[in-house]
Design a binder for this molecule. Structure first.
Ligand code: TXA
Ligand code: MG
Length: 331
């Protein structure tokens, strides 16, 4: 198989070319430990605007700026609280983004008009090499079309954004596979905005104060949830004990259905397309987006996803599944 020209292994030459593209205001997709990012020079508003155009993302959705050196934090943020420095020292490079007050020079194109900035240092050797050779910050959302599934492999980026990105650095499969944890430290009360691999408990242990969970304050009716991280095939959750009955019902209705579940919940002798993912939350989260994408390609009628335990260690996976099914549960 020949490698499509836009995808490059991260050789020295490829990294140098990527830096040149970024310096000229182009877009380079790169691997991080969470998902692939669609990067542009964060100090070049015209370059950053291309990200919004490529993704079809509304201009008021702020981007995360990626840095490869802790020294750069104060170039982007002001009034950095001591707890932010503690988190950076303990977790960076790693899957935690912090929301801080922005420096005056930071373009509103990056921050979606807010006076705060999202910032993180990714834990991926290709991302770090790129950032260090570029020497600046890279604004990078997940490299997918707005509201679609985040890419965890270079080929995912190619199939979705290949026409609008100048280069894709291939770093293989992302090791976390779900987007970073986001903690808002721009006001008095540290607030979790997006659950991820770094848990609120880990953050609380480092900052020695409680973290407010934003979701707990927002009671939204399931059907009202905005579809996000969503496959194009309609999907719903289903409790483990109802799986056989629901699968039978869909099959009796002549619907081509796929099942995503934990390996230990896979239904034996079923002819159904099944993605049996690892039983642990980390393994399940790492494989989830690729499984959703694979199933989407089959153009089936429906995806049934096993509902997972309401346990803190499943928080990030449950958050993404709730959004990709708009909270629809079969019972
Ligand atoms: O894991 C990740 O964070 C990946 C990789 C590429 O680093 N990036 C990512 O970016 O998921 P994106 O744009 O898909 O999601 C960023 C999230 C959005 O929900 C955005 O609203 C939030 O971060 N965000 C960014 N800046 C913010 C700010 N100043 N205030 C509140 N939320 C912010
Ligand atoms: Mg995204």
């Amino acid at each position: 198989m020949t490698t499509p020209m836009k995808i490059s292994p991260p050789t020295e030459n490829a990294l140098q070319k990527a830096v040149e593209i970024l310096q000229q205001g182009g877009l380079v997709a790169f691997p991080t430990e969470t998902v692939y990012g669609l990067g542009a020079d964060a100090s070049n508003p015209e370059a950053v605007k291309k990200i919004f155009a490529a993704k079809g993302r509304p201009a008021n959705h702020p981007l995360i700026v990626h840095i490869g050196d802790l020294q750069q934090l104060s170039q982007w943020a002001i009034e950095i609280p001591e707890i932010a420095l503690r988190l950076a020292a303990a977790i960076w490079p790693g899957p935690l983004a912090m929301i801080l007050k922005k420096q005056a020079h930071v373009s509103e194109v990056v921050t979606g008009g807010q006076d705060t900035i999202g910032i993180r240092m990714p834990d991926n050797p290709v991302a770090i090499a790129l950032l260090q050779q570029f020497k600046g910050g890279l604004a990078a959302p997940s490299a997918n079309r707005f509201n679609c599934i985040s890419p965890t492999r270079a080929e995912h980026v190619l199939s979705e954004l290949g026409a609008s990105v100048d280069m894709i650095l291939d770093g293989g499969a992302c090791k976390v596979g779900l987007e970073s944890t986001i903690i808002d430290l721009s006001s008095e009360q540290p607030t979790l905005l997006r659950p991820g691999h770094i848990t609120p408990q880990q953050i609380e242990a480092i900052i020695e104060q409680p973290v407010l969970l934003k979701q707990q304050n927002e009671i939204r009716a399931p059907g009202m949830l905005e579809l996000h991280y969503a496959p194009t095939t309609p999907a719903a959750l289903c409790a483990n004990e109802h799986l056989p009955q629901q699968l039978q019902k869909f099959s009796a209705e002549g619907k081509q259905t796929a099942l995503i579940c934990r390996r230990s919940s896979a239904i034996k002798d079923s002819h159904m397309t099944t993605k049996a993912l690892p039983d642990d939350p980390e393994g399940f989260g790492q494989a989830l987006y690729a499984a959703l994408r694979d199933i989407d390609l089959l153009k089936l009628d429906f995806i049934i996803i096993e509902q997972l335990p309401q346990h803190p260690e499943w928080m990030a996976v449950n958050d993404r599944l709730l959004k990709s099914t708009a909270g629809r549960i079969l019972s």
